[in-house]
Design a protein around this ligand. Structure first.
Ligand SMILES: [Zn+2]
Length: 402
């Protein structure tokens, strides 16, 4: 509740690192708190990343494990003046948020609430997001650090802690120093329901289609002018509707999604994002999109186009499958914490997918966050405690198996 009161919203329009200076307000506090726990090397680097080491307390050679969370909150709703409210012993009734009484948490809208009856729930007050994404992850890691520092009987290898800025604006790994971090395997704590573990993300490409029309003075254009905007319209109208779209797919299905159109009569650009869990299927979707474009362009023989594919990120499973112990131990830690394991795939990318391809295989563990990026965000204190326990169990399992 202390962490969420510090405004750490990141800014997608900023080119600085971190994108907002205020994110460092929390980072600095984390460094102080870690120092106070006796984590002596805790420090914030120049780009606002916090690095810290919990020393090993075992004779064994254990791989270095990192726990990672992001300090920033999403730009989707205000993160200024967050007033967290603790609702003790939730009884299943609607929760009306006091600063905007139209903001009501109902079980009907959020079935997960049924599981939280009897729990203590934290919400914001109705005018801001809560920021449990990802301050719940930050809190879980901090509490696990405090526990490990005061419980020498729990044996573990070297544990690295990493707190990053700018995850919500896709720049969370932009300035991370992997050398300095010095970890072999990692876990982000940035997931939802208790017991969930995410080891798969989309693979992602971007496609930029540029259409070059033929321009003349419109008064004397008959038989000559070809309007790039109209071709762009034809391309959009030719995209499949009932399938291959975000609005018509779920689960393991991928899609082709136009995200931006820009242009004048002479030249038009359409940007697409292509998503699939199988990297090979991205190429198939791109070929299919290209075939649609060629079909449309056949009607305009004097116009031309460029079709440029750019890699965005890849499914972390491609990396994680090479180190099955990373996910196996996480599953075991969740079960040892008395939870039912729920494997999930993320229909998006995470910092973990980028870290995995930067040499730190890194699935995503639950932190308890719910209804994220909204004013109705909520989280159970008991779920958060389970996240702490899972971290401790995980440290223990890596030591046992080494
Ligand atoms: Zn997050």
């Amino acid at each position: 509740m202390r962490y969420v009161q510090i405004d750490t919203q990141s800014n997608p329009l900023s080119d600085s690192h971190p994108t907002t200076e205020k994110q460092k307000d929390l980072s600095k506090l984390l460094v102080q708190e870690l120092q106070a726990m006796g984590v002596g090397d805790a420090a914030m680097g120049e780009w606002g990343y916090v690095y810290a080491t919990i020393p090993s307390n075992t004779e064994k050679q254990v791989p270095v494990i990192c726990f990672c969370a992001h300090v920033d909150t999403a730009p989707d709703a205000s993160g200024t003046g967050v007033k967290p409210i603790l609702h003790k012993n939730y009884n299943g009734e609607d929760i009306v948020l006091p600063d905007d009484r139209t903001q009501v948490l109902r079980k009907g809208d959020f079935p997960y609430l049924e599981r939280l009856i009897g729990h203590d729930i934290i919400t914001a007050s109705g005018t801001t997001l809560l920021g449990s994404d990802d301050k719940a992850g930050v809190a879980a890691i901090m509490d696990a650090a405090a526990f490990l520092m005061t419980h020498p009987e729990v044996k573990h290898g070297i544990i690295k802690l990493l707190f990053t800025p700018d995850e919500e604006v896709g720049k969370g790994t932009a300035k991370v120093d992997m050398q300095k971090l010095g970890a072999d395997f990692g876990y982000t704590l940035d997931g939802g329901e208790a017991g969930s573990l995410e080891d798969e993300t989309f693979s992602a490409d971007g496609v930029t289609l540029t259409i070059h029309g033929v321009i003349t003075h419109p008064g004397y254009a008959k038989g000559k002018l070809v309007n790039a905007l109209k071709i762009a319209g034809d391309v959009l109208a030719s995209l499949p509707r009932a399938e291959l779209s975000p609005e018509t797919t779920e689960g393991k299905q991928g899609f082709i999604h136009p995200v931006r159109v820009d242009g004048i009569a002479e030249k038009a650009t359409i940007e697409f994002i292509i998503r699939d869990f199988l990297t090979d299927n991205l190429k198939k979707k791109e070929d299919f999109l290209l075939s649609i474009v060629e079909m449309v362009m056949d009607n305009y023989p004097t116009a031309t186009f460029d079709f440029v594919v750019k890699e965005q990120y890849r499914n972390m499973k491609e990396v994680l499958d090479q180190y099955p112990q990373v996910v196996e131990y996480a599953k075991e830690a969740i079960e040892r914490s008395g939870l039912k394991l729920k494997m999930e795939s993320i229909r998006g990318g995470t910092d973990g997918s980028r870290l995995s391809f930067m040499g730190l295989p890194c699935p995503n563990l639950f932190a308890g966050e719910q209804a994220i990026h909204s004013k109705l965000e909520f989280i159970s204190v008991q779920d958060m405690n389970k996240a702490v326990e899972t971290i401790v169990r995980l440290a223990e399992i890596w030591e046992e198996r080494s």
